[in-house]
Write a protein that binds this ligand. Structure first.
Ligand code: URP
Ligand code: ZN
Ligand code: ZN
Ligand code: ZN
Length: 498
C-alpha cells in the first residue's frame, strides 16, 4: 500500500484536454480530480506552474537482449530505472526466441529475467523468428490471459538470425488476425542488405560507414510498403516499428489513405539525431550510432518525422533502446556487419520529443501526451488504465516542467551504457517528479525504487482501437463463389450447339 498523494495546483494534460485541477492518489490509483481538494494525511505535491501528465509508455525496448554475440548492457533494472528518471513509467519489451527456441520457452525466460528486476511496469511483445505448426499454436497460447501477449513482431532483416521469409510473415499475420493480435514489423530488405554488405566488404569498406551504405533508405521504404501490402492481404492490423526514413513514413501514409490499419512508430534516436555520424573519422563515434534501420543520412529527416507525428501520419514514439558499450561495439572493428546493432533512448525519449516537438512549436502538449503515452495505451489495449490522468487510472504520473532545461550526457544519465547518442544536447522539458503506481520514485534528481517494484501488465487481445475496422472488413471481403451448372452438363450443351 502506497501513501496517499495530493498533487496541488498543477495543469493536467491528457491527449484531448488541458485543465487546472488537483489530483488525489490512493493505493496506487487516481481516486479524485477536482478543485481545492483536501485529504487528511496525504503527502502534498506542489505542482503550480507545472504539467501533470500520464507517465510515458515506451512501446519498444530490448533490455539485456542477447544479440550479435553480446548482451545489451541496460538490463531490466538499469533500463527501467533510467526510464523513470526520464518520465517513462512503463515499457513494452520484446521476447525474441532464437531460431532453435519456441515462443513459450522464450516467454518464460524473459519473465524470469524481468520480474525480479523491473522498477517500472512492463509488458511484452513476442517476436516470431521461425515458422512452423508449433510456433503457430504457441502464438495462440501466449495470447491467453495468463500470458498477456497481444502483439507479434516479424523481422524482415537480420538474415539467418531473426529474419522470416515473406510467406512466413504472411502466414504469421493470418494467425495474428485470427487470434486478435497486432502484427509488428521490422521493415528492411534483409537479403539485399546481405548482398550489399558483402560487396562493400569486398571493396575494403569495413568501417561503420559501410553499415549505412549497405542499408539504403529505399530498402526500408520498399520493405515497409511490402509489409503494408501483405498485411492488407492478410487483413491484419500492422504496426511498423522504428520508422527511420521519409520513404518509410510515406509508404505508411499511402496505405492508410487506402484504408489500411497501419501504425507508424518513429523512435527517439530518429527524431533526435541523424546518420551524419556514420562518416565520423572517429571509429567509436560512428559505431555508437550503428542501429537498424540506420539513422537517416538526410539531415532534414528528424524534423520531417516530427511533423508527421504532429499531424497524425505517424502515431507514437518508441526508443528501440538496445545498448552496447564501446567495448562491445569493438566486436566489429574489422567488419561493420559485426558491430552490435542498437542505441540508447529510454531515458531521453520524453525530453527529446518535448524539445523538438513542443518547444520548437511543431506539436501541442496534448499531442505530446498522445505520442508518448495515450496512443500506446490505446493500441495495446490498456487505455484508460494507463495513458490517462483520470479517476480509476493507475497513478503513473509525471510532474513535467516545460520551462526547465537539461543537457543530456553520459556523465549523469542513469543508463548503464557508457555513451549517449544525444550527448551535449540541451533540451527543454524535464520530468521533475515521476510517480509509479502511486509511489514517488524520482524526485530532486534522485531515484528511490527497488528492482521488482514494477509489475507485469497483461495485454488483452482483440483491441477495438486496432481491430474494429478489420473485423468488419473480414465480413465484407469474404471470398465469393459463382453458382454455375455442373461443368459436364454445360460442356455437353455447348458441344451439342456446335
Ligand atoms: O539496431 C537495432 N534496432 N537493434 C535492436 C534490434 C531491432 O532491430 O529492433
Ligand atoms: Zn528492429
Ligand atoms: Zn527493436
Ligand atoms: Zn531548446
Amino acid at each position: 500500500m502506497s501513501q496517499a498523494l495530493l498533487i496541488k495546483n498543477g495543469t493536467i494534460v491528457n491527449d484531448d484536454e488541458i485543465l487546472k485541477a488537483d489530483v488525489l492518489v490512493k493505493n496506487g490509483k487516481i481516486v479524485e480530480i477536482g478543485q481545492n481538494l483536501h485529504s487528511e494525511g496525504a503527502v502534498l505535491v506542489e505542482a503550480d506552474g507545472r504539467l501533470v501528465i500520464p507517465g510515458g509508455i515506451d512501446p519498444h525496448t530490448h533490455m539485456q537482449l542477447p544479440f550479435m554475440g553480446e548482451v545489451a548492457v541496460d538490463d531490466f533494472y538499469t533500463g527501467t530505472r533510467a526510464a523513470l528518471a526520464g518520465g517513462t513509467t512503463m515499457i513494452i519489451d520484446f521476447v525474441i526466441p532464437s531460431k532453435d527456441s519456441t515462443p513459450l520457452k522464450a516467454y518464460k525466460q524473459w519473465r524470469d529475467w524481468a520480474d525480479p528486476k523491473v522498477c517500472c511496469d512492463y509488458a511484452l511483445s513476442m517476436a516470431i523468428t521461425t515458422w512452423n505448426e508449433e510456433v503457430s499454436k504457441e502464438m495462440q497460447m501466449v495470447t491467453m490471459p495468463e500470458y498477456g501477449i497481444n502483439s507479434f513482431k516479424f523481422f524482415l532483416a537480420y538474415k539467418g538470425v531473426f529474419m522470416v521469409q515473406d510467406d512466413e510473415f504472411y502466414q504469421g499475420m493470418l494467425q495474428c488476425a485470427k487470434i486478435g493480435a497486432l502484427a509488428r514489423v521490422h521493415a528492411e530488405n534483409g537479403p539485399v542488405i546481405a548482398e550489399k554488405a558483402k560487396a562493400l566488404l569486398d571493396m575494403g569498406i569495413t568501417g561503420p560507414e559501410g553499415h549505412t551504405q549497405s542499408r539504403p533508405e529505399e530498402l526500408e521504404a520498399e520493405a515497409t510498403n511490402r509489409a503494408c501490402v501483405l498485411a492488407g492481404q492478410a487483413n491484419c492490423p500492422l504496426y511498423v516499428v522504428h520508422v527511420m526514413s521519409k520513404g518509410a513514413a510515406r509508404a505508411i501514409a499511402h496505405h492508410r489513405q487506402k484504408g489500411s490499419v497501419v501504425f507508424g512508430e518513429p523512435i527517439a534516436a530518429g527524431l533526435g539525431t541523424d546518420g551524419s555520424h556514420y562518416y565520423s573519422e572517429d571509429w567509436l563515434t560512428a559505431a555508437r550510432h550503428v542501429m537498424s534501420p540506420p539513422l537517416s543520412r538526410d539531415p532534414t529527416t528528424p524534423e520531417a518525422l516530427m511533423k508527421l507525428l504532429a499531424c497524425g501520419e505517424l502515431h507514437l514514439v518508441g526508443t528501440d533502446n538496445c545498448t552496447f558499450n564501446c567495448q562491445q561495439k569493438l566486436a566489429g572493428k574489422h567488419d561493420f556487419t559485426k558491430i552490435p546493432n542498437g542505441v540508447n533512448g529510454v531515458e531521453d525519449r520524453m525530453s527529446i520529443v518535448w524539445e523538438r516537438g513542443v518547444h520548437r512549436g511543431v506539436m501541442d502538449p496534448m499531442r505530446f501526451v498522445a505520442v508518448t503515452s495515450s496512443t500506446c495505451a490505446k493500441i495495446f489495449n490498456i487505455y484508460p488504465r494507463k495513458g490517462r490522468i483520470a479517476v480509476g487510472s493507475d497513478a503513473d504520473i509525471v510532474i513535467w516542467n516545460a520551462k526547465a532545461t537539461k543537457v543530456i550526457s553520459k556523465d549523469h544519465h542513469h543508463q548503464a551504457v557508457d555513451y549517449n547518442i544525444f550527448e551535449g544536447q540541451e533540451v527543454h522539458g524535464v520530468a521533475e517528479m515521476t510517480i509509479s503506481r502511486g509511489n514517488i520514485v524520482w524526485e530532486d534528481g534522485q531515484l528511490s525504487v527497488e528492482g521488482g517494484a514494477g509489475k507485469f501488465v497483461h495485454l488483452p487481445p482483440y483491441c477495438p482501437y486496432v481491430f474494429a475496422a478489420v473485423q468488419q472488413r473480414e465480413k465484407v471481403i469474404q471470398p465469393r463463389a459463382v453458382k454455375r451448372a455442373p461443368v459436364e452438363e454445360m460442356a455437353a450443351a455447348k458441344i451439342s450447339e456446335i
